[in-house]
Design a protein around this ligand. Structure first.
Ligand SMILES: Cc1cc2nc3c(=O)[nH]c(=O)nc-3n(C[C@H](O)[C@H](O)[C@H](O)COP(=O)(O)OP(=O)(O)OC[C@H]3O[C@@H](n4cnc5c(N)ncnc54)[C@H](O)[C@@H]3O)c2cc1C
Length: 384
């Protein structure tokens, strides 16, 4: 039951895409929810930096089958998720059915693309080989030097900044409370049961369940037993936002080449990403980072030089030791994790909310969830 005196069923730490989606879905189930966010506005963490690709087929790796299955489930959930979100929030999310085109620049890259095609055929995922002329018929701006193309028709994209704005509004419609400019310092635990959190100003918020959705800053919340923690480290990504002064049409599909991708927004805006750098919490942007991305994209899309640069930014992907997220109940009763989404947090938003809410309501989260059990990092069983 909602209680204005600082006591809730669920306290969610962090108002990124993940925390907001969990809060929205939990409140829809009748739980009283508070979201605690240290920034003055929502969407100030990694989420607003992301390109927003919903691309489990493009990103499928032979070594990450469970993650591919989870990504596919989330991508399947996206159309209904977005339709409902748009309906309750009245806000557009920039969801775009664009598909992806992989481009190979030389014989080595062409050979690598054929291996990518073979993997997708083994997994039963739709992907089509394209001769250079076929690829250029689909995307006429591609360089004539292109060696081979691979089309993935079922990938989508969304605008993460619009997604968080819509989620913020959706949360508000449920009666859940969004508290901004509050930093969670410590989890409070009594008799092996979470009792809530303590804020940086000393105030306490009582909650039967605490959902850790603080992304790459998860470690800043103290009070957890060492064996109950999920180790997260930052992987920096630099990314450019550009627009075409001539309007849309230069590129209609997301374009991938070794070392870069370019995602169209459908209206002449593009996102060019992204570097992968192990540099701790550094978010400086560098000439080298921008150069690397532009050079790789230029080699397959020469007219990228005509685009106007609107923004160069850097974000920190929250990575776990096995590059897979931690989703669901943790090693202390009442503690739940929704973090470690690394390169896939936008893709995995709907399915993460679904699994976490199952944990909050005591329902079966389904088979898919087993591989992402947060307790795999501690070896400590979830307290009964
Ligand atoms: C360059 C780049 C490109 C990417 N592209 C894609 C993509 O195309 N597709 C995709 O699926 N994913 C992509 N990602 C990954 C995606 O951005 C992340 O996985 C996702 O945004 C993580 O969301 P989150 O809600 O967990 O974290 P965040 O968005 O970081 O939210 C965490 C929130 O917690 C708050 N917080 C932290 N500590 C505290 C505290 N102690 N108290 C209160 N609040 C706190 C923060 O202020 C923040 O608002 C990309 C990432 C980068 C960097």
């Amino acid at each position: 039951m909602p209680n204005r005196s600082n006591s809730f069923d669920v306290a969610v730490v962090g108002a990124g895409a993940i925390g907001l989606a969990v809060a929205w879905r939990a409140a829809q189930r009748g739980l009283s929810v508070v979201v605690l966010e240290r920034a003055a506005e929502i969407g100030k963490g990694t989420t607003p930096v992301a390109a927003g690709m919903i691309a489990p087929i493009s990103e499928a790796l032979a070594t990450e089958r469970p993650l591919t299955r989870l990504g596919l489930a989330s991508a399947r959930a996206y159309p209904d998720f977005v339709a409902e979100l748009t309906d309750v929030s009245g806000a557009d999310t920039g969801y775009l059915n664009c598909g992806t085109l992989f481009a190979a620049r030389d014989p080595d890259e062409a050979e690598a693309l054929l291996r990518e095609l073979a993997l997708r055929e083994r997994l039963g995922l739709p992907a089509h080989r394209l001769r250079p002329s076929e690829a250029r018929r689909l995307e006429p701006a591609l360089a004539p030097t292109l060696r081979l193309g691979l089309e993935i028709p079922d990938d989508h994209a969304i605008e993460p900044r619009k997604l968080t704005a819509a989620l913020g509004r959706a949360v508000a419609t449920t009666g859940a409370e969004l508290r901004m400019s509050v930093t969670v310092d410590r989890l409070t635990i009594e008799a092996d049961q979470v009792t809530g959190v303590e804020l940086a100003d000393g105030q306490r918020v009582s909650a039967e369940h605490v959902v850790m959705a603080a992304g790459v800053w998860t470690h800043t919340v103290t009070g957890l037993p060492e064996e109950a923690r999920v180790p997260i480290h930052p992987v920096k990504g630099q990314i450019l936002r550009l627009h075409d002064p001539n309007g849309p049409g230069l590129l209609t599909r997301a374009l991938r080449v070794t070392g870069a991708y370019l995602v169209p927004r459908g209206d002449g805006r593009y996102v060019l990403g992204a570097t992968m750098e192990e540099r701790g919490f550094d978010t400086t942007v560098t000439a080298g980072g921008a150069f690397e991305l532009l050079r790789n994209a230029f080699e397959v899309l020469p007219s990228i030089t005509e685009l106007v640069i609107d923004e160069l930014s850097a974000g920190l992907r929250p990575a776990t030791p096995d590059n897979a997220p931690a989703i669901g109940p943790g090693a202390v009763r009442g503690l739940h994790w929704a973090t470690g989404h690394f390169r896939h947090g936008i893709l995995l938003t709907p399915v993460t909310a679904q699994i976490v809410v199952a944990g909050l309501t005591g329902e079966d989260p389904g088979e898919l969830a087993a591989d992402f059990d947060p307790t795999r990092f501690s070896g400590v069983p979830v307290a009964a």
